[in-house]
Design a binder for this molecule. Structure first.
Ligand code: ATP
Length: 360
């Protein structure tokens, strides 16, 4: 699908946008690729690494986010999602490896990268003592939206997230879902080509979660904006993301569309069953206790990203083996059996709880 994003800078709301309707091709900027030039991916990470002291938060990530897609980075607490996102936004440096955003090197062209991004961090980014409109206006100024366009852009951003009527109220009177949508408007006011969302729905009730996603999707449909989102919620990832990367302990363990990930696991399970059926039955003394067939070792941190080649004990099913696997099954298969014990330390859990509490 050809999108506005591919033709030029994304527009926020369609015909009301000051610089033209959403599907009007914009003239390519000088130096921009011509109509037949291959588009750069929205994000490319190659061998990205980032460590906090001894902690390898991101440990060699290779990733491409295609222009126009919704890409989900999934993983448990402490997987390295936020650190990777911060490297892409240029909030953290890129000490090793390479990050490009629409072809711009995040290490060398930080301002060019920042101009293309909207970012909704996990931490609260709205000021409770300002109205919704004042909050979005503040971001419009920070992101250098021209004075001439500012008021219209703020109005559009608020409308795009369904906050027109509440725009004059102080943010401290908003519900958790409204605050998240306000933060979305703040990120959208600069008409980003790439919207990055770190746990956008954590702590929200199901109705507010759906509402946040509906607004993201509506803006995306109108503008062709690319979306990179981190989440713990497998159901959301399944429903709203075109492609997913499953991250664990600083590495990408599997990558593909939700269907591809599930099919790959189904195929691995089938292969494991076939190979188990071919093994000669182990000789068991008649009076020996009934022991299970030893399971394949769990995927270790050095297991290649995807697809895993063996079925880990965690995928050895409490569910019937021919049941369609869920994304959670996929995750457990590629991350290994100790997922719950390995996932995140006190710092990570505390940070997630804080985020959830402040929007709850
Ligand atoms: N400022 C910091 N100082 C030291 N260690 C950090 C810091 N920030 C993150 N870490 C560690 O880096 C690792 C990756 O953390 P990161 O926040 O990137 O994970 P995450 O997948 O985003 O987790 P969550 O879902 O909890 O936000 C974790 O082990 C975490 O404890």
């Amino acid at each position: 699908m050809t999108t506005d994003d591919e033709r030029g800078r994304g527009r926020l709301t369609g015909p009301a946008a000051p610089d033209g309707p959403p599907h009007t091709p914009a003239a390519p900027a000088p130096g921009a690729p011509g109509p037949h030039a291959p588009l750069p991916d929205a994000v490319t990470c190659h061998a990205l690494r980032y460590a906090f002291g001894e902690t390898k938060a991101v440990d060699g990530v290779d990733l491409s986010v295609r222009t126009g897609e919704v890409f989900g980075l999934l993983g448990p607490n402490g997987a390295g999602k936020t650190t990777a996102i911060r490297c892409i936004t240029t909030l953290l440096p890129v000490p090793a490896g390479m990050v490009r955003v629409f072809g711009h090197d995040a290490a060398k062209e930080r301002m060019a990268v920042r101009r293309l991004l909207g970012y909704v961090p996990q931490q609260l980014s709205a000021d409770a003592g300002l109205t919704g409109r004042e909050n979005v206006t503040l971001f419009a100024r920070v992101f250098d939206v021209s004075r001439r366009e500012r008021a219209a852009r703020v109005t559009q951003a608020l409308a795009a997230v369904g906050l027109t009527e509440a725009a004059g109220r102080l943010a401290k009177t908003y519900s958790g879902g409204m605050i998240r949508r306000l933060e979305l408007a703040q990120a959208l006011v600069s008409a980003p080509r790439l919207l990055m969302l770190d746990e956008p729905t954590i702590g929200l009730d199901p109705i507010a979660r759906t509402s946040v996603w509906e607004h993201i999707n509506a803006v995306r449909a109108a503008t062709g904006m690319t979306v990179l989102v981190t989440t713990h919620y497998m159901d959301e990832a399944d429903q709203y993301c075109d492609r997913l990367a499953l991250m664990h302990q600083g590495r990408i363990r599997a990558l593909g569309t939700p269907d591809e990930l599930r099919s790959a696991l189904r195929a691995r399970r089938r292969a494991a069953r076939t190979s188990a059926a071919r093994q000669p039955a182990p000789h068991t003394p008649a009076d020996a206790p009934d022991t299970a067939t030893p399971a394949a070792p769990a995927a270790s941190p050095s297991t290649p990203a995807a697809p895993a080649t063996s079925s880990s004990p965690s995928s050895a099913p409490s569910r019937p083996s021919d049941t369609a696997p869920t994304l959670e099954d996929v995750f457990r298969d590629v991350a290994g059996s100790g997922l719950d014990e390995q996932s995140g330390d006190f710092r990570d859990v505390r940070s997630t709880r804080r985020t959830a509490n402040r929007v709850g």
